[in-house]
Design a protein around this ligand. Sequence first.
Ligand SMILES: [Zn+2]
Length: 139
Amino acid sequence: MQSEDHKKQVLQALERCLEKDRAKTKITEVSSLGLVEMTRKRTRESLEHILCEPCSACGGRGVLKTSESMCLEIFREIIREVRQYKVQKLLVLASNSVVEMLLDEEADMLAELETFLGVQIKFRAEAEYNQEQYDVVLL
Ligand SMILES: [Zn+2]
């Protein structure tokens, strides 16, 4: 493979073959030793792409907000709804872990909120809700 033309032909043939390969590849120029370096992205990733879908709980982010931050988010939502709709009773639907925390660690905060807003807040754990799902229902 002495001539530049031959080198070019080899590279072009290689590139044509690689176009059919769905995995990402990179090839370099022919080196002084007549070698072509080629890197190929691992196919495990494309298999993963075929066999998997984004996690419906986290939307593919790979993380979920903690129960604690969900409690705060729900408190903010309650305040917003009470101010906007002037209701006296609310029902909060949330995941088991979030409802558990609201009624345990956050119970004091919750009692304060009820007094402060003059509302009664009820909770229902929804087994199929993930940690980030909740609904505030006006009663
Ligand atoms: Zn996830």
